[in-house]
Design a protein around this ligand. Structure first.
Ligand code: GRG
Length: 338
């Protein structure tokens, strides 16, 4: 079994479980809410495309981690979709907070339905995630449900903490690498870490396997966000599904930008005195590429990927195929184009 085989097995099951929780767990008299969720997940006819469902890497990481630790991944599906629901909830709220028009190559939920309705749909996803974690308690055992739910909610606090830093950095002129890592540790790495760790929790594995997967997910998340920052400036709009170079225009302190600001020189001088505008945009992009910011970001992503791979070496593996597939997925994530 390769990663491709696992994806072909798991993705339809993840999608089936997501559709089922939206259909059955949201009460019948609320079709408008279901419609908005269906739009966000790319299941409605308007704007449906291959990438409109997202890559679903978090639930796949959870299910592979579960198999690696000797679990039956189908039993962990409620946890996998709980994580995917929290991820999508955070995307919906993030798009509102950033006023982003595009997500996965389509108009964002708030652009179509308005901000109040989009906030409300995100809130419903949050509750569906809690309900699905609780199902683990009923369907596998109470301790697994309790530990997973605890982990999920602690993770949400990390997400909001990271988001708080990210938003506040927009008004700061200098952000150190340490504070940036703290921010992405909360905003991005916490949920990837929880995905891998909850895979271990649902397999009732050893504490050391649980810790190795938690550390793996954390390092992977740091690499993933560093690469996302790379894509935020040098990715192709057609592939990322988001506006090109938006991170440079919006004033986000993404990794390439904070590196260039720290280095001083022309980029820093122009950026800090004039900000970014239509006239200086191409010059700033040129300066960013020529002062080593691109290479620096690539190296950081590579270093954290290596740390993630090292953590995987600590695991006592029950399923070699699942383990090889997680290694494959880890390598793929920092060469991805979307
Ligand atoms: C969870 C209570 C709670 C609040 C959320 C809004 C917020 C607080 C946090 C923002 C988190 C955020 C949007 C981080 C960015 C993470 C990231 C790199 C997302 C892109 O993930 P992909 O590439 O997306 O896996 P797809 O589209 O493939 O699903």
């Amino acid at each position: 079994m390769t990663l491709n085989d696992y994806s072909r097995l798991m993705i339809p099951e993840i999608e089936k479980a997501l559709k089922s929780t939206i259909l059955k767990d949201i009460p019948d008299p609320f079709p408008g809410l279901k419609e908005m969720m269906n739009y966000h997940f790319g299941w409605l006819e308007n704007g449906k495309s291959q990438k409109s469902q997202g890559k679903q890497i978090r639930p796949i990481i959870l299910l592979l981690s579960n198999s690696i630790c000797g679990g039956d991944w189908k039993k962990a599906l409620p946890a996998a979709i709980a994580i995917e629901l929290i991820h999508n909830f955070s995307l919906i709220h993030d798009d509102i907070e950033d006023q982003s028009d595009l997500r996965r190559g389509r108009e964002t939920l708030w652009k179509i339905y308005g901000i109040p309705q989009a906030i409300n749909t995100g809130d419903a996803m949050f509750s569906l995630a809690q309900i699905n974690m609780l199902k683990l308690g009923y369907e596998i055992n109470k301790q697994i449900g309790f530990d997973s739910l605890q982990k999920l909610n602690e993770t949400c606090l990390h997400l909001t903490g990271g988001q708080n830093l990210d938003i506040s950095f927009e008004k700061e002129t200098r952000v150190s690498l340490d504070r940036y890592l703290l921010m992405i540790g909360g905003k991005t790495a916490a949920l990837l870490s929880a995905s891998a760790e909850i895979g271990a929790i649902t397999a009732l594995t050893s504490e050391s396997n649980r810790k190795a997967l938690r550390n793996y997910g954390n390092a992977l998340g740091l690499a993933f966000q560093a690469w996302d920052d790379w894509l935020g400036i040098w990715g192709e709009e057609e592939q990322t599904g988001k506006s090109t170079s938006s991170d440079l225009i919006t004033g986000k302190k993404s990794l390439p930008i904070l590196f260039a600001l720290d280095k001083g020189g022309d980029f820093s001088r122009i950026y800090l005195s004039n900000g970014v505008n239509q006239e200086n945009f191409h010059e700033l992009l040129f300066l960013l590429e020529n002062n080593g910011a691109k290479e620096f970001t690539e190296n950081i992503a590579k270093q954290f990927t290596d740390t993630a791979l090292k953590s995987l070496e600590e695991i006592k593996v029950s399923d070699q195929n699942a383990f090889q597939s997680l290694l494959e997925l880890t390598d793929l994530l920092i060469t991805r184009k979307n």
